[in-house]
Design a protein around this ligand. Structure first.
Ligand SMILES: *[C@@H]1O[C@H](CO)[C@@H](O)[C@H](O)[C@H]1NC(C)=O
Ligand SMILES: *[C@@H]1O[C@H](CO)[C@@H](O)[C@H](O)[C@H]1NC(C)=O
Ligand SMILES: *[C@@H]1O[C@H](CO)[C@@H](O)[C@H](O)[C@H]1NC(C)=O
Ligand SMILES: *[C@@H]1O[C@H](CO)[C@@H](O)[C@H](O)[C@H]1NC(C)=O
Ligand SMILES: *[C@@H]1O[C@H](CO)[C@@H](O)[C@H](O)[C@H]1NC(C)=O
Ligand SMILES: *[C@@H]1O[C@H](CO)[C@@H](O)[C@H](O)[C@H]1NC(C)=O
Ligand SMILES: *[C@@H]1O[C@H](CO)[C@@H](O)[C@H](O)[C@H]1NC(C)=O
Ligand SMILES: *[C@@H]1O[C@H](CO)[C@@H](O)[C@H](O)[C@H]1NC(C)=O
Length: 906
């Protein structure tokens, strides 16, 4: 038994955190709602035993709130637990006789597990057999530890509460002293008074500012749902996690590992009131202390994303309703002719027969995609990969049985989600009507019957492997697009409805859209690992995991690619993400930055949104601006809805001026792709983001904490896009303490702070941060071609004329297990005192030999360079560009995997 030395203080005096305004009334901001439904009155409130007092200043504050003696008391001695930590048994306080929804647990336990110096786990349970999320939390990088960043204080007066305190600053990162702890069968609540209002994350929903606003009693509901991101609704994924920057700039991340319908209420205390309708409280606190460390510790715990296939980081083209192979081909052709790169082509529903997943329309009646298998093979020879959409919902119509193998074999292998009586759950989705006349909008009552694959059954994984292998024999796809996996259905519950019971109609429903069976399976239906009531929000997560396992053998040692709409913590291990059915609006362009930065916190750095918007028709200006920004999304895909009034929004469909702009932006993406790829490598080995907000690098900068209209790729590449109609300039913020250089010409930002930058139609502002070296590569029309080109470096010097960087390179296709054997190239780069050196750290990837490091762009040298020495020999091929005295060195011809030194002399 090993006990860690974590300081624990028991304070048995009143902590005095509750400010009492008058004799009776608690200050508005500190109230915890006692009556969760609409229409609270004094009578209803007091009948429940709650305190009634109309709010004094804040109209949104509850008038009916919990009295201070509500909660649990410590029951018996505090015991040490073998894993290291403490167990505290609690009993419902006799003084509190309030029940939110009934069925409160009289006795519960709180466990503090001291996982490591950086990581604390707090589990609160009633010690009965309750649902626990089957996500394997990885052991901490440094288990044990002797110098925890946290200590714990608790009190029992008048009820039990605890604080998790950061040792270095005294800030309470978790503080339950406001009260409100509730543990009932279908309602669990914990109120966390937080140390600042700089909170970020919690999803999935559309947030209009990245930093949370605690002033409005706003609710972030969480329950996976097929719903367009329109404001603060629960949509496709479930991410009960946030990252908070404390007053001194230290940062922590907290996960509430729970998959039930749940919500976070943001109150002005400031607090996050967390409520869930089942499972238990299993809270992980990651202490950082830097933002990237806090987020990285979270990523390591839930499982980071593997290094993506290099080609998937190129530009992806998709649309619903090419309607024929001719249209698909024409789009690819015009993209190439416009000099716009493309790495991936998608197939959507229109390539299918009758919208049946795992088919393509080879049917002689329609014949619009005949030749697709040959076409896909031909695209591959040109370096364009193919991804196909598939659904977990399988048409269950009898008439398909004779030939529709996914259904026949699915019955045989018993792969479906079940009703309580053991028959397959049945909803409706795409296939089912006749092929003609599809102009009816999708919606309830439309579509044919489907069964839902239960990815928690081993037989379903095996079945998926078989039908995927069969499908790949027909269409040689390189990855799968897992759509509709919330799981979506166009009837609520089941074609025969849902039973009337407390599972399907829980006593309290969080602020989600409609109810927990709305346009999805009944909550009392069953998967191998539990009832949908508990597992619903894990559906897309389980599909990504199961499908990954199933298709992996089809690709030998190659990486594959999955793109999943529904996600949960840990999903990044198996799938990238796009943020669903957005709109072609300027507002959605702006919120895309917030959404993608959020998913970088959540552990899926390879995220993006449909560039130019899915629904609606973008103007050329909007689409061009969006393509400029989208060129720097970690995952870059243009996609468009099927629509009755046909229109295209692929980059080559616009004017020459627009095409020029897109070409330039995407060529810059391809140029800096080695830099971005290294960030994905770092994410894999120690967690952390690829796309991040300024505060992730400057957490002590009060302005940076609120900036969400710019973003960084890694620590050093700043994007300041135009996000509003008609704008030809943009106000950008440049934090003090760093030098910033324009990407295109090396011109330095003269004074830190807010700067107005010109941004004509074709231009997106890009800056490189001093102190960093970025590996680059000559771009081309796709990564198969660009990977054969010469490398380069951008060296941007900091205030002491130094810079550092690193490079990771591999074959771009072999998956992680093989990489772990070390078949990659890795080097560190350092510029100091006029000397640039590369030190090779690992040189085991043979494919790198023959490639050259050819050019350097040096920003911010202290004086004009007159002589350059390459490994001691003079190198004369260089030039100086104004403004900014950018130095460009050409034709270095150094083997990229060699140790070299380049000296820059005045
Ligand atoms: C507690 O509440 C129950 C049910 O509302 C009621 O019957 C009981 O009298 C109450 N007890 C106290 C001590 O208020
Ligand atoms: C097939 O392609 C033709 C020509 O592009 C088009 O008119 C027709 O609508 C397509 N049919 C379907 C079912 O998509
Ligand atoms: C695609 O278009 C090119 C150029 O028009 C043509 O040569 C080729 O045959 C087309 N391929 C298909 C499959 O339609
Ligand atoms: C094509 O599909 C239609 C509609 O389901 C069907 O009537 C027809 O027999 C099919 N043709 C072939 C060649 O499979
Ligand atoms: C859930 O909401 C939908 C849409 O309002 C409704 O059709 C359905 O009957 C509701 N289901 C339950 C179980 O309340
Ligand atoms: C793996 O990828 C390489 C390079 O793209 C390709 O040539 C090879 O056919 C792939 N192997 C499999 C099994 O898919
Ligand atoms: C597009 O770029 C080309 C090549 O640089 C240039 O000649 C042309 O004038 C540009 N067109 C527009 C409309 O900007
Ligand atoms: C830089 O290079 C020069 C010339 O090769 C050498 O004399 C000097 O010691 C180097 N400085 C550092 C800091 O490595």
């Amino acid at each position: 038994m090993k006990l860690k030395r974590v300081a624990v203080t028991v304070i048995l005096v009143v902590m005095g955190t509750t400010t009492v305004l008058s004799q009776e009334c608690l200050s508005d901001s500190l109230r915890i709602n006692c009556y969760l439904w609409e229409g609270a009155t004094q009578e209803l409130c007091e009948a429940k035993g709650c305190t009634w007092c109309p709010s004094s200043m804040d109209e949104l504050a509850p008038s009916c709130y919990l009295p201070p003696n509500y909660g649990y008391n410590i029951d018996g001695p505090i015991s040490e637990i073998p894993e290291g930590g403490y167990r505290i048994n609690l009993k419902r306080s006799p003084a509190s006789n309030i029940s939110y929804v009934g069925a409160d647990s009289e006795e519960i336990s709180t466990f503090f597990y001291f996982d490591s110096d950086e990581r604390l786990r707090i589990k609160i349970t009633d010690n009965t057999d309750r649902f626990e999320v089957p996500l394997e939390i990885k052991p901490p990088a440094n288990p044990g530890g002797e110098n925890p960043q946290y200590r714990i204080e608790f009190t029992n007066n008048p009820v039990f509460s605890f604080k998790v305190i950061r040792v270095s600053s005294g800030a309470a990162v978790f503080d339950t002293s406001l009260g409100g702890l509730t543990f009932a069968n279908q309602f669990i609540q914990i109120v966390n008074k937080v140390p600042s209002t700089n909170g970020y994350g919690i999803g999935e929903n559309e947030q209009l500012s990245y930093r949370h606003d605690f002033s409005k009693w706003q609710v972030f509901p969480i329950y996976t749902k097929d719903d367009a991101p329109l404001g603060n609704k629960n949509v496709y994924g479930a991410h009960p996690t946030y990252t908070m920057v404390e007053p001194d700039g230290s940062t922590h991340t907290i996960l509430f590992l729970n998959s039930n319908a749940q919500e976070f209420l943001l109150t002005p205390a400031p607090s996050y009131t967390y409520r869930t309708t089942g499972g238990l409280l299993d809270i992980y606190i990651f202490m950082g202390p830097t933002p990237e460390e806090a987020v990285g510790q979270y990523h390591q715990a839930v499982g980071p994303q593997p290094i993506p296939a290099y080609w998937s980081l190129g530009f992806n083209l998709c649309r619903w309703n090419y309607n024929s192979i001719g249209n698909m081909n024409a789009t690819i052709e015009r993209t190439r002719e416009a000099g716009i790169p493309q790495d991936v082509q998608f197939g959507d529903l229109d390539i299918m027969f009758d919208w049946l997943t795992f088919t393509y329309d080879s049917n002689a009646t329609y014949n619009n995609f005949s030749g697709l298998p040959e076409f896909i093979r031909e695209l591959k020879t040109r370096g364009i990969h193919f991804i196909q959409s598939v659904n977990a919902q399988i048409s269950s119509e009898e008439r398909r049985l004779p030939w529709y193998e996914p259904l026949r074999l699915g019955h045989e292998m018993d792969v479906w989600v079940k009703r309580p009586n053991g028959t397959p759950s049945t909803g409706t989705l795409w296939p089912g009507g006749e092929h003609e006349g599809w102009d009816k909008p999708a919606g309830p009552g439309f579509g044919g019957p489907v069964h839902f694959t239960d990815f928690s059954r081993p037989s379903a994984i095996e079945w998926w492997r078989i039908i995927c292998a069969q499908y790949r024999d027909v269409l040689d796809w390189d990855g799968l697009w897992l759509d509709m996996n919330e799981p979506a259905s166009w009837v609520s519950g089941d074609v025969v409805g849902c039973a009337d019971n407390l599972i399907n109609h829980p006593p309290y429903t969080p602020g989600i859209t409609n109810n927990i069976s709305d346009l999805t399976i009944c909550p009392d239906h069953v998967q191998d690992y539990g009832i949908l009531y508990n597992t619903h929000s894990l559906y897309g997560w389980s599909q990504a995991r199961g499908s990954f396992e199933a298709i992996k053998p089809l690709f030998g040692t190659n990486r594959t690619f999955q793109l999943s709409r529904s996600t949960f913590p840990g999903s990044g291990q198996w799938a990238a993400h796009w943020l669903g059915d957005n709109f072609s609006t300027w507002g959605n362009l702006a919120s895309s930055l917030i959404g993608i930065m959020g998913f970088n916190l959540f552990g899926t750095p390879q995220s993006g949104v449909d560039i130019c918007g899915f629904y609606g028709r973008p103007s050329e200006e909007l689409c061009t601006r969006w393509l400029q920004v989208g060129a720097f999304y970690p995952y870059s895909r243009n996609h468009n809805v099927r629509s009755t009034s046909e229109f295209d929004q692929d980059p080559a469909s616009w004017s020459e001026a627009s095409r020029n702009s897109t070409r330039e932006a995407l060529m810059i993406r391809y140029t800096i792709l080695p830099y971005m790829y290294n960030l994905f490598y770092i994410h894999r080995v120690r967690g952390g983001t690829v796309m991040r907000a300024l505060w992730a690098e400057f957490p002590g900068d009060q302005v940076a904490l609120g900036v969400d209209t710019q973003f960084l790729i890694g620590p050093a590449f700043l994007v300041s896009p135009v996000l509003t109609e008609g704008a030809t300039e943009v106000e950008a913020y440049f934090p003090e303490g760093s030098r910033w250089f324009a990407y295109r010409n090396g011109a330095e930002i003269e004074e830190a702070g807010s700067v107005i930058l010109t941004a004509p139609f074709g231009v997106i502002n890009l800056h490189v941060r001093g102190g960093y070296i970025l590996p680059t590569q000559e771009p081309a029309l796709n990564t198969m071609l660009s990977r054969q080109n010469a490398f380069g470096l951008i060296v941007a010097l900091d205030g002491s004329y130094a810079a550092r960087g690193e490079m990771y390179w591999d074959d771009g296709v072999t998956h992680a297990e093989v990489q772990d054997e070390g078949v990659y190239f890795r080097s560190t780069l350092l510029y100091i005192d006029g000397n640039l050196t590369q030190t090779v750290v690992n040189d085991a990837y043979q494919g790198i030999s023959g490639l050259e490091m050819d050019s350097i762009r040096l920003f911010g040298a202290p004086s004009i360079i007159s002589t350059i020495l390459l490994n001691g020999e003079e190198h004369t091929d260089f030039e100086i560009h104004l403004p900014g005295n950018e130095l460009r060195v050409h034709n270095l011809n150094i083997p990229v995997n060699s140790n070299y030194m380049i000296t820059f002399l005045p």
